[in-house]
Design a protein around this ligand. Structure first.
Ligand SMILES: C[S@@+](CC[C@H](N)C(=O)[O-])C[C@H]1O[C@@H](n2cnc3c(N)ncnc32)[C@H](O)[C@@H]1O
Length: 197
């Protein structure tokens, strides 16, 4: 129900005090098949530096961290996933979950509003997951875009079920003269996969 209302854009839950209060402890995790897709894309890219817009309790973060861990296995190369989360309780819970999963050393959760925290991230970034309340999707992408390397991929969730509210994001990544080349994969709410030119 919560996810439906968010993805349908029937309720502005994003940054209002009331919306934030209601959503403070809600878990709206990425579908397992989409998280597995993110893992595969990161492995295929050889991703070592990843940004996640929207960490929540860390479900998708575990897949991303496992991917960068596996990409640097047997090397001394560093690897990092930058998570983002503005609810302190979720940050603490995600850190516990990542520790339990054995991947905490590969994750730095940036605590606070991603419109501020993402400005501190250094590039080059190989992969970005956009799984955030919809009005934050384009600001998150714009904050990271200058740091995405050429060929980096951005996976954004629910772009078919939430198409109306994703209009600004989709227009941006689909602009033929813009910085991305993009494709929509339908099913389960749909995902958009965009490649930085
Ligand atoms: C859809 S959930 C992320 C789910 C997560 N990827 C997973 O698979 O478990 C989106 C999260 O983004 C957080 N969020 C929303 N707006 C934010 C903002 N401006 N800055 C940082 N985090 C934000 C919410 O608190 C919420 O936990």
């Amino acid at each position: 129900m919560v996810k439906h209302r968010i993805t349908q854009g029937s309720w502005d839950t994003t940054q209002t005090a009331e919306g934030k209060r209601f959503l403070a402890d809600k878990m709206v995790a990425l579908d397992p098949s989409k998280a597995a897709l993110a893992y595969l894309l990161c492995r295929s890219l050889g991703a070592r530096r990843v940004v996640e817009a929207g960490t929540s309790y860390g479900v998708s973060t575990i897949y991303l961290a496992a991917a960068v861990r596996d990409n640097v296995a047997g090397t001394d190369d560093p690897a990092i996933v930058y998570g983002t989360e503005h609810e302190p309780g979720k940050v603490s819970a995600a850190e516990r979950n990542l520790t339990e999963a054995g991947v905490a050393e590969y994750v730095d959760i940036l605590s606070g509003d991603l419109r501020e925290t993402l400005t501190t991230v250094d590039g080059p970034i190989d992969f970005m997951l956009v799984d955030i309340w919809i009005p934050m999707a384009l600001p998150a992408l714009r904050a990271v875009e200058p740091k995405l390397r050429s060929g980096a991929l951005v996976l954004c969730d629910n772009v078919v079920s939430g198409a109306t509210d994703y209009a600004d994001y989709l227009a941006y990544v689909r602009d033929p003269d813009g910085p991305f080349q993009s494709v929509t994969i339908p099913g389960q709410g749909g995902v958009e996969i965009s490649m930085k030119r």
